[in-house]
Write a protein that binds this ligand. Structure first.
Ligand code: SF4
Length: 377
């Protein structure tokens, strides 16, 4: 199975025409629906929904409370390396960018893990660029085994792997994966990814499904909003998430909603996603997929992240550094070794205090492997 044939069916979708034809009645019907269809999702994303954002907010709030309570899971990313063979035109790690490249030794991984664990966080997301010769599966496996001594949950956000490689990492203790398709526009994709293994659109598109089959507990997908027509990418992200949810009920499917941020390459986004646009997408996604986890990253400002809390968010990063070794060597974000600039640089304690002040419970841990003897408790 693959999401690809379904995506192809929507390639000719006349989005402008469908948005123009959507009415307030369509939006109202979509809000009331228990199981919204893709057409409902489209209506919720259309301009016709503008006068009905309050009604959408009320339902999004209710659904989120029903499925997740007033809780926000916290995690932090750990950048293991910034070597990359790809030429993604929008990324500071792009192999043509002259930045200092490094990767953590296993001792440094242990030290970074210990420093992060000391903040109380239990969920870790490890990241690398795409350079299998440097940070291949052997390295990821070794890092995971070390980090599992500090964290009950270790997720990966790395290059697309084969099914067998995902199985190896699951066996090493990885329980979640994030894979951004960046854009679902197959025509635009090669322009943004001119060289390197990531230029294989289809191999990347099918990576989340390979992970589901490999037994990954959580599979998180998303598009980098702004690379292309963000409305289309938002709709295809939702469709992809539903496809995975329907076929892999044993896997928690989650979605991240990142917007383009400034970075070392200086590439400008194709479309601008306003705060209001983001809110509409967040709520439409919550209504379309009531059980999907939704992550809002530190690309967003502290104020914005707090304001949208009740509308569908279930997961947030905290205490973030996007530089390699940034948790122990004092490297500040915003230097040219960071993948992108972050807007919300609050510590874990500050995030927890802010969440509690808004009536939300910060959750450090909602998962412990059943047969885990050595993981953190
Ligand atoms: S987005 Fe990822 S694959 Fe592309 S250049 Fe950046 S680190 Fe490399």
């Amino acid at each position: 199975m693959s999401f690809y044939p379904l995506l192809k069916e929507y390639e000719t979708l006349d989005l402008a025409g469908r948005f123009a034809a959507a009415t307030e009645d369509d939006v109202r019907r979509a809000i009331e629906r228990t199981t919204p269809t893709f057409d409902d999702f489209l209506a919720l994303m259309s301009p016709a929904a503008s006068p009905l954002l309050e009604e959408m907010a009320e339902k999004a709030n209710r659904l989120t409370a029903q499925h997740f309570g007033r809780t926000i899971s916290l995690f932090t990313p750990l950048y293991l390396a910034n070597f990359c063979t790809n030429h993604c035109v929008y990324c500071g790690f792009n192999s043509t960018n002259k930045i200092h490249r490094s990767m953590l030794t296993l001792d440094e991984v242990d030290a970074e893990g210990a420093a992060i664990a000391a903040t109380g966080l239990k969920h870790l997301l490890i990241l690398t660029g795409d350079a299998p010769a440097k940070t291949g599966v052997d390295y990821l496996e070794a890092c995971t085994r070390i980090l599992r001594n500090h964290f009950p949950s270790v997720s990966i956000e790395v290059y697309a792997l084969t099914g067998e490689e995902y199985v190896r990492l699951v066996e090493a203790g990885v329980d979640g994966m994030t894979m951004f398709q960046e854009t679902y526009d197959e025509v635009l994709y090669p322009t943004l990814h001119p060289k390197g293994p990531k230029s294989d659109f289809r191999f990347r598109l099918d990576a989340p499904e390979r992970s589901c089959k490999a037994g990954m507990r959580v599979v998180n997908i998303g598009a980098l909003l702004g690379l292309g027509d963000w409305h289309r990418d938002a709709l295809m992200t939702g469709l992809h998430a539903r496809y995975l949810q329907d076929r892999y009920p044993a896997t928690d499917i989650a979605v991240s909603l990142p917007r383009m941020r400034p970075h070392a390459g200086g590439w400008e986004p194709a479309s601008i996603v306003s705060d209001r646009d983001m809110v509409q997408f967040l709520m439409a996604l919550r209504l379309f997929l009531p059980r999907v986890g939704i992550t809002i990253s530190t690309r967003e400002s502290a104020e914005f992240r707090e304001n949208i809390l009740p509308l569908g968010v279930t997961k947030m990063s905290a205490g973030v550094s996007t530089a390699v070794g940034g948790h122990t060597d004092g490297t500040s974000d915003g230097e040219d070794t960071s993948q992108f600039e972050i807007s919300d640089d609050r510590s874990v304690d500050e995030m927890c205090a802010a969440l509690r002040a808004r009536g939300f419970q910060p959750v450090f841990k909602d998962w412990q492997p059943f047969d885990d003897a050595g993981g953190a408790s």
